[in-house]
Design a protein around this ligand. Structure first.
Ligand code: NAD
Length: 337
């Protein structure tokens, strides 16, 4: 077990679920977040789930003085790095903000790790790094080739980390390529809480079901898939959080880097997800099919054998469970935190 883990983007969607799992497993954690896409109200929820008061610093990871202060006062030997901007469409409109936040933030973190000899790093990468001409399922050794600035920040971050590993021989990195995280904690106390209009399908469906939005727009009904709508690999956020625990165990025990997909290996279409949500919520989800978005693809899902082989981890929860948990979270918290 590490002495102390620094969690960046700790109050965000995946960060908060991982924080809960880490605290429940007895890890010492300090969280940092600038709250650009999350709320400090989350902290009380984490405390009521875990009975532990979370150790939190409000700050921006691009500010190296803030990072240095944290490393000076805590014996941090592992960073789990979630903090990033993540909306694909917005990244096309504001590429400089995405490169500044996601790349510059990573550089300041690595500089600080270097200064304080912190040698273990868990990185939130994404399925968006894969070249869209690969035929799914995606294997970790397939060609990379992002199609938007957000995806490029993830691929460039992987490259920066790989170069850093060579220069600093004792550094070990877990490159975790997430597919489509959805779901919420079973308590209904924490879940995805987008500020503004949701960029992802599941929170949009949930907000339509709870009456915050009128209609779901489905981009494309003529894809070569089971029902014409896009197919993705949805993974329960708690399974994903447990994937981080497995990666931390791997770094501790094997003292080696690894690159793995975190998905279920199962593809689900938009309409299949909508129907599963209708069953879970007992609500009708009105939708319209609109034209495809530029850059979208028909099908994306993971091959998950490597994560199983190397870390002994696989996802357990299916789409029905994901929908039930999202509905519990959304109906208990119709306006978020
Ligand atoms: N949710 C997904 O669909 C998905 C898929 C693949 C990869 N990822 C990656 O996983 C990570 C977490 O995603 P999430 O869904 O929890 O997003 P999120 O927006 O809920 O969480 C990210 C958190 O980082 C914080 N943050 C952003 N920039 C910061 C900065 N400069 N300094 C300090 N805090 C900062 C935000 O306030 C937010 O709380 C991101 O790196 C994202 O790119 C997410």
């Amino acid at each position: 077990m590490f002495a102390m883990i620094l969690l960046t983007g700790a109050t965000g969607y995946i960060g908060s679920h991982t924080w809960v799992e880490l605290l429940n497993a007895g890890h010492e954690v300090i969280g940092i977040d600038n709250l650009c896409n999350s709320s400090e109200k989350l902290l009380a929820r984490v405390e009521s789930i875990t009975n532990i008061k979370p150790n939190f610093i409000r700050g921006d990871i691009r500010n190296i003085d803030v990072l240095r202060k944290i490393f000076q006062s805590h014996n941090i030997d592992c960073v789990v790095h979630f903090a990033a901007l993540k909306a694909v469409g917005e990244s096309v409109e504001k590429p400089l903000e995405y490169y500044d936040n996601n790349i510059n933030g990573l550089l300041q973190l690595l500089r600080t790790c270097n200064e304080f000899s912190c040698e273990n790093f868990v990185f939130s990468s994404s399925a968006t790094v894969y070249h869209t001409e690969n035929n799914p399922p995606y294997f970790e050794n397939m060609a990379l080739g992002p199609v938007n600035p957000y995806g490029w920040t993830k691929m460039m971050s992987e490259q920066i980390l790989r170069n850093f590993e060579v220069a600093s021989l004792s550094t070990r990195v877990a490159y975790l390529r997430y597919f489509n995280p959805v779901g919420a904690h079973a308590s209904g106390l924490i879940g995805e809480n987008p500020l503004g209009a949701p960029n992802n399908l599941m929170p949009y469906i949930a907000q339509v079901a709870v009456g915050r939005r009128e209609l779901l727009s489905i981009y494309g009904g003529d894809w070569p898939t089971v029902d014409g709508t896009g197919v993705r690999d949805y993974i329960h956020v708690v399974d994903l959080a447990k994937g981080h625990m497995a990666a931390i165990d791997y770094l501790t025990q094997q003292k080696k880097s690894l690159t793995v997909n975190l998905g279920t290996g199962v593809g689900t279409s938009v309409l299949q997800l909508v129907h599963a949500f209708e069953i879970a919520s007992k609500k009708k989800i009105p939708y319209e099919i609109v034209s495809r978005r530029v850059g979208d693809i028909a099908v994306s899902y993971a091959n998950t054998d490597l994560a199983k082989k190397l870390m002994g981890w696989s996802a357990h929860m299916g789409v029905d469970q994901m929908c039930q948990d999202v509905w519990r979270w959304q109906s208990n918290n119709p306006s978020g935190y």
